[in-house]
Design a protein. Structure first.
Ligand code: AMP
Ligand code: ZN
Length: 470
């Protein structure tokens, strides 16, 4: 069974396959803006992309997938942060890039094969030369201040991905979404390819395209230029969160197709957003979680966060709550104990069979990344095998391991033992008692936890749980 995935451009579910004769599947995934710790909404998108990467590897072979994910290390937000902190831009973005990598590792996301940075001089040159081609071809123009804009009216297919023209008719203002700097532009829907240097940019500037001022690239051009430089003019799959569909990806298509004269991405995939307690995540609502918040303050486990992020269908909004995290911890605990159990069973020699019980997990994932159905299939197969181990065959073990690989659940090294929900509830009660300075109750609850085999390690801002060392 091939991998079928929803394509945001055609709105159809289509088979994924490499187009080039070398059989390499070319996959580009828009990466993070590195000015702060990524939140768990960002990580929903990156974990879903990691699931895709793993499935592609299983389908085409690990050496036949080329995965590129960029780092946005120069834009308004990164520059503002560096100015506020009085630190060089490169120092700020390096700090948050390192943090992003550490979080990805904790969540067991495979690193991309290449991770180009927008501010890398090599890629600044690629962006500048792409802008020069667009200017020569009449798709871009220099504005009075020395910035360069893409002329949206020069690309008749503009809006095909987001149906922005239809929306424009409906709501009257979608195209005006990119109306910042309107004074300099010929048309409000045009967007910046190159931004002339402004005093607030400090020392962040590079020589511009021919005829333009020194300055910095606009955001959209980085993905077009870096994807072309590494993967070539046509890629097999381009992905990102749903908020990138317009204007980012619409603009990427316009730039790339006008420059290269060929299809940019053969398949587009957008995963939906994560909500927290039913609302958009925001600092002011106090519902913005980073991985450290969940692991540090709430004593959860990174793998459980991964599980919780995969529990909902990637093309539907997912509501994250601490309860959903606790359910994920308990589900993961069951998978881990099953894993421990079957390692013993499968170390013996077993009969072969053409297909294992866990093949249905991969089938569900190949069917437009249906993660809820895949997790359901995983538990069904676990229950079935658990009730009849004498019927186990080698393919059951192989398909179980493949399913865990695809879902990215790792039980070696990275994994801390997961406490069951009953233990977590006791721990939360004890933490609340301690916060309320009811130390007698807190001590009694600690004893209860120890008797149940768990010790609670307190820190200033939270706690973690560990099995009592025997
Ligand atoms: P950024 O660092 O803002 O460029 O975002 C990195 C990725 O996270 C992009 O693919 C966004 O679409 C995605 N993203 C942003 N907010 C959310 C959210 N609440 N849920 C899921 N993905 C998100
Ligand atoms: Zn991008």
């Amino acid at each position: 069974m091939a991998i079928k995935l929803h394509d945001s451009l055609t709105r159809e579910t289509r088979e994924l396959k490499p187009a080039q004769p070398d059989g390499v599947f070319r996959f580009y995934n828009c990466g993070p803006t590195v000015y702060a710790a990524a939140h768990i909404g960002n990580f929903r998108t990156f974990v879903v992309n990691d699931l895709l990467r793993r499935l592609l590897e299983l389908e085409f072979g690990a050496d036949k997938v080329k995965h590129v994910r960029n780092l946005t290390d120069v834009d308004d937000k990164t520059i503002r942060r560096s100015r506020e902190e009085g630190r060089p831009l490169a120092e700020v973005t390096k700090q948050w890039t390192d943090k992003f990598h550490a979080d990805c590792k904790e969540l067991n996301c495979l690193p991309p094969h290449e991770e180009p940075r927008a501010a890398d001089p090599k890629f600044i040159r690629e962006q500048v030369s792409m802008i020069e081609v667009l200017m020569e071809k009449g798709n871009a123009y220099r504005a009075a201040d020395g910035s360069v804009y893409f002329k949206v009216s020069s690309f008749p297919d503009y809006g095909a991905l987001s149906r922005v023209k239809e929306r424009e008719l409906q709501v009257g203002s979608a195209l005006k979404a990119q109306a910042a700097d309107a004074d300099e532009k010929e048309d409000a829907s045009d967007f910046a390819l190159w931004k002339a240097h402004k005093p607030e940019d400090g020392d962040v500037k590079w020589p511009g395209p021919d005829g333009a001022s020194e300055g910095r690239p606009g955001w959209h051009i980085e993905c077009s230029a870096m994807s072309k430089a590494i993967l070539g003019p046509t890629i097999d799959l381009h992905t990102g969160g749903v908020d990138l569909l317009f204007p980012h990806h619409e603009n990427e298509i316009a730039q790339s197709e006008c420059c290269n004269g060929t299809t940019f991405a053969r398949h587009w995939y957008h995963s939906e957003h994560l909500l927290v307690d039913g609302k958009k995540m925001s600092k002011s609502l106090g519902n913005l979680y980073t991985l450290d918040d969940l692991v540090g303050k709430h004593g959860s486990d990174e793998m459980a966060v991964r599980y919780a992020l995969l529990a909902g269908h990637p093309r539907k909004q997912l509501n994250f709550t601490l309860d959903s995290l606790h359910s994920a911890e308990s589900a993961l605990g069951k998978i881990e104990s099953f894993y421990d159990k079957i390692e013993g069973v499968f170390s013996k020699s077993l009969p072969d069979a053409p297909s294992g019980r866990f093949a249905s997990v991969l089938d569900a994932l190949r069917d437009d990344l249906n993660t809820p159905s895949a997790l359901g299939a995983l538990f069904t197969a676990m229950r079935e095998l658990d009730s009849n181990f004498s019927s186990a065959c080698r393919a059951d073990f192989d398909s179980f391991k493949q399913a865990l690989f695809a879902l990215g659940f790792s039980f070696s090294g990275i994994m801390h033992p997961v406490a069951p929900v009953s233990i977590r509830l006791l721990a939360e009660k004890r933490w609340a008692a301690k916060q309320a300075k009811d130390f007698a109750a807190a001590d009694a609850l600690r004893k209860e936890l120890t008797a149940a085999g768990w010790s609670m390690l307190d820190r200033k801002d939270g706690y973690s749980l560990e099995p009592v060392k025997k």
